[in-house]
Design a protein around this ligand. Structure first.
Ligand code: G3H
Length: 487
């Protein structure tokens, strides 16, 4: 409600995945702590957001579009001054390399600015008066109410802001729950939110999901759930709403994006793109390539090149220059990945690259597994980490069947030189998934592109302009008559 309040209750201590030398030996670096709000405190936050929206009568939802745009632009400007602090926290809190952390920050600023710019355009084109069948009408984009925004640890800033900013700029009020890993990095931004937006418009809640999400959802006062994370949690959160049919959802969920390497593919290009797709930020991206189908004729050549590409990757700390493999922030993650590798090996796969699967504290050396099949866990599970299952195929039907039978429906990467063979696959694939990448890795960006998925992968479409539509509704003001000059 426009205040930064002192908290004397229980706190969550946050430790970095990065270890440091202490008198007692190597320990994970202590970074700070954040409040664990009680259900009562969460209700106060909810009331602030509800009061600021005031059933659409609040100052913010009735404010002119130009005013909301100006506030968001001011926010972007002030946020820029916190770059060094936030980037440093991204490195320490979630182990993101300096290059990736800086790029996440810059991309988020661009996203905010582009959103403000896109709304100017949308407002220009959508709020014109139209006369039809003797009715003078104006279509207006109106807000939806109170939005609960929850983002994931892998892009704690960017993924949260891609829902928070469009929701706010469209006149909604927002409650934001930052991810458990990636909460401290919001600290430098809280005062800016407080100074730029009126009380109750942007609110933050910290704490354990069960304590803070349940009271918000069970109140029935959340109008929109904007959630990016796993489908399991999204389902559990949605069910807590007493009238789920009233709740709108904007969801970015799980994916297991495949690459398909045709026999005529440029293997150097395919390896470079698959490396980026499978291993950027240690494979911890919903858009990562998580399974690779390679034509049997070129499988060995592909694996040799891929293994050599992995050997060139630098392992180290987030701030090391050109580092590619950095510590994994999730508790128990290296053990989980080791389990996947052991299971694949027990079922007949081999670890192709010599160091693959080696661990050192929270570091996990990327593991290339071949030949993988449906008997192995890694064929089915979304590993969200640097384990790369490779499957040989003789007939294209095999990867296509995998996509059809999958619970996920985000993207695919096709590698090949024959434009006609590629062209024949586009329609069937785009009708199953939401993005077909040709001779390039899977990814979300640029952020102006539509980003969505089918099946368990998403609900609603995000992009700079799509998000403005997702967080608003087209309403109509209509008057009888056909003379626009008449009052
Ligand atoms: O985790 C999902 C992110 O939206 C990935 O974005 O493909 O641009 O890295 P990106």
């Amino acid at each position: 409600d426009g205040e930064l309040r002192r908290w004397d209750g229980p706190v969550q201590e946050v430790y970095s995945p990065v270890h440091v030398q202490t008198p007692e030996g190597l320990k994970q670096q202590f970074l700070g702590s954040y409040p664990l709000l009680s259900a009562e405190k969460v209700k106060e936050v909810l009331e602030a957001a509800v009061k600021a929206y005031a059933n659409g009568r609040g100052l913010w939802p009735t404010s002119p579009v130009a005013e909301r745009i100006a506030r968001v632009e001011e926010f972007a400007l002030r946020m820029k001054s916190k770059r060094a602090e936030v980037v440093r926290l991204l490195m320490w809190e979630i182990g993101k390399s300096y290059r990736d952390a800086a790029s996440e920050f810059d991309r988020t600023i661009d996203y905010i600015k582009s959103t403000a710019f896109a709304l100017k355009d949308l407002d220009n084109t959508s709020s014109r008066f139209v006369v039809e069948q003797e009715i003078i009408s104006q279509i207006r984009r109106a807000p939806l109410g109170v939005v609960l925004c929850m983002g994931p640890f892998n892009y704690p800033l960017n993924e949260t802001f891609t829902t928070l900013i469009p929701a706010v700029i469209m006149g909604n009020t927002v409650i934001c729950k930052p991810p458990k890993l990636g909460t401290l990095l919001y600290q430098p931004l809280l005062e800016i939110f407080r100074d730029v937006f009126p009380p109750g418009v942007v609110n933050f809640v910290y704490g354990r999901g069960a304590n803070i999400i349940e009271p918000l959802m069970a109140s029935g006062k959340i109008d929109v759930l904007a959630f990016i994370g796993t489908s399991k949690i999204a389902d559990a959160v949605k069910k807590q709403h007493p009238k789920p049919h009233r709740l709108r959802s904007v969801l970015g969920l799980d994916a297991k994006n495949p690459a398909i390497i045709m026999p005529d593919a440029d293997l150097d290009l395919a390896v470079e793109e698959c490396r980026l797709g499978a291993l950027s930020y240690n494979g911890q991206r919903c858009t990562a390539l998580k399974i690779i189908f390679v034509h049997r004729e070129v499988a060995e050549a592909f694996l040799t090149k891929f293994s050599a590409a992995i050997a060139r990757l630098k392992l180290g700390m987030p701030w090391d220059e050109n580092v590619a493999v950095t510590p994994l922030p999730e508790t128990g993650k290296t053990e989980y990945l080791q389990g996947l590798v052991a299971d694949a090996v027990a079922h007949g796969a081999r670890v192709v690259n010599p160091e693959g699967g080696a661990t050192y504290r929270t570091l996990f050396y990327p593991a290339l597994l071949y030949p993988v099949d449906g008997a192995m866990r890694v064929y089915h599970e979304e590993q969200f980490g640097p384990v790369i299952p490779v499957i040989p195929f003789d007939d294209l039907d095999q990867p296509i069947r995998y996509i059809e039978e999958s619970n996920y429906g985000q993207q695919v990467s096709l590698f090949g030189r024959d434009p006609e063979a590629i062209a024949r696959m586009i329609d069937p694939l785009v009708n199953q998934l939401c993005r077909v990448n040709i001779n390039s890795q899977c990814q979300r960006g640029p952020d102006s592109f539509p980003f969505t998925g089918r099946k368990d992968s998403a609900e609603g479409t995000l992009s700079v302009s799509d998000a403005l539509r997702v967080f608003s509704i087209r309403t109509l003001v209509a008057a009888k008559g056909n003379d626009m000059n008449k009052e």
